[in-house]
Design a protein around this ligand. Structure first.
Ligand SMILES: NC(=O)c1ccc[n+]([C@@H]2O[C@H](COP(=O)([O-])OP(=O)(O)OC[C@H]3O[C@@H](n4cnc5c(N)ncnc54)[C@H](O)[C@@H]3O)[C@@H](O)[C@H]2O)c1
Length: 370
């Protein structure tokens, strides 16, 4: 199979969807890799390293799309990339379609076979291709929040660590999945008093057993969200309903009730955000102020640590990309239900329920189209 690796064009996105190391498996299996010039440079991989391992370096974004049967990316295609897809081309990347109707319609029109990293799902419900980036974003959130609380950034001017003679800061996290757990561990390590609100009883038990004593894991409800959020110095949104738009769990009134200069990091912004007022931002201008709160809503947080993130992500994505390349996309999807759950669009049909529901469009189960 011919596999194309475009350089990411989303602002300040430096990750790359293949490393020179994991390229070798494809070459040995007889596949051809076309990688755009400098695609790996932001993650510290030179063109020479890719070339040495058998990839062909391509000097234009468009030519990568033209050359490939499968496009392997990191972020969802931007508007200017939608037109580059060939009819029935395979796309394997993060898609977050439920938060992006324009992209959904574009991929449907192009008959793209779109498999989303974030909905590839194991039988136990885990999301193996979202986890690595949620681990990064979760750990980043309290560190960013702490910095933004400084006075010169417009924050309360409170250090959340447990300083002698002072109460520690309050960090409230909604959603105790991979990102939420990472955020809780980091915030606890910084010495904050942490409230982690989670809805799933089994997960609450699991988290209670493994998290340090300065993290209280609390059952999430309208009542508990209201009770804890208003006292948060840093509020972190980390909920997910797989494939669907994130639910808004903190409304305008509750945001308004938080103290002036508190910080909101809405990690779930890639699925539309779970806190009133969240709108996507970029690393170059990552924050804005609304209702007196500082919002940080970057939808590609791990993109700012591309070296770690590219390696962590491709450690997990590459085996599925190989499965598609070695068996052909239809066979791979038919034979592997984990991968099949990742199929969001197939030749003009929506095959992910959460995406169809988000836009009141027809859902066709993947089993029916394959
Ligand atoms: N902004 C970024 O750069 C970035 C990076 C990685 C992940 N993400 C996003 O972060 C979000 C979380 O990802 P994840 O991997 O941790 O997901 P996850 O599935 O591991 O965890 C989500 C958790 O939310 C819980 N939840 C659902 N409804 C809830 C409610 N009403 N109250 C409390 N908890 C609730 C679920 O039970 C689950 O434990 C996703 O939207 C993901 O796409 C964003």
């Amino acid at each position: 199979m011919k596999i194309g690796i475009p350089k990411e064009i989303k602002p300040e996105e430096f990750r790359v969807s293949i490393t020179p190391g994991n390229l070798l498996e494809f070459i040995h299996a007889g596949h051809e890799i076309y990688i755009e010039k400098d695609a790996g440079v932001g993650s510290g991989f030179s063109n020479h390293q890719y070339e040495e391992n058998g990839a062909k370096i391509i000097d234009s974004h468009k030519k990568v799309f033209d050359s490939a049967d499968m496009i392997l990316k990191i972020k969802e295609p931007l508007d200017e990339e939608i037109d580059l897809f060939k009819d029935e081309q395979i796309l394997f990347t993060y898609l977050h379609l439920a938060a992006n109707e324009h992209l959904t319609l574009g991929l449907l029109e192009k008959n793209v076979i779109g498999i989303a990293y974030e909905t590839v799902q194991l039988d136990n419900g885990r999301l193996p291709l979202l986890d690595p980036m949620s681990e990064v974003a979760g750990r980043m959130a309290p560190v960013l929040g702490t910095y933004l609380l400084s006075r010169h950034k417009g924050g309360i001017g409170k250090l959340i660590c447990h300083l002698p003679g002072l109460e520690p800061g309050n960090v409230v996290i909604i959603g105790g999945g991979t990102a939420g757990k990472g955020a809780a561990l980091m915030a606890a390590g910084l010495g904050a008093q942490v409230i982690l609100l989670e809805i799933d009883d089994g997960r609450i038990r699991e988290l209670t057993d493994i998290l340090p004593p300065n993290v209280s894991v609390i059952k999430s409800s309208k009542h508990t969200i209201k009770k804890y959020v208003k006292n948060a110095d840093i509020l972190i949104g980390a909920v997910l309903l797989t494939g669907a738009r994130a639910p808004i769990l903190v409304d305008k009134e509750l945001v308004a009730s938080m103290r002036e200069g508190a910080v909101i990091v809405d990690i779930a912004i890639d699925q539309g955000g779970c806190i009133y007022g969240s709108t996507p931002t970029y690393h170059s201008d990552p924050t804005f102020k609304k209702l007196g709160k500082i919002y940080y809503c970057v939808a590609n947080m791990p993109g700012t640590f591309p070296r770690s993130s590219s390696i962590a992500l491709t450690n997990s994505t590459i085996e599925y990309a190989q499965e598609i390349a070695n068996n052909g996309v239809e066979s791979a999807l038919k034979n592997d239900r984990v991968l099949r759950r990742g199929l969001n669009v197939y030749k003009g049909k929506i095959t992910c329920k959460g995406v169809a529901d988000a836009f009141n469009m027809e859902y066709v189960p993947p089993e029916k189209v394959l």
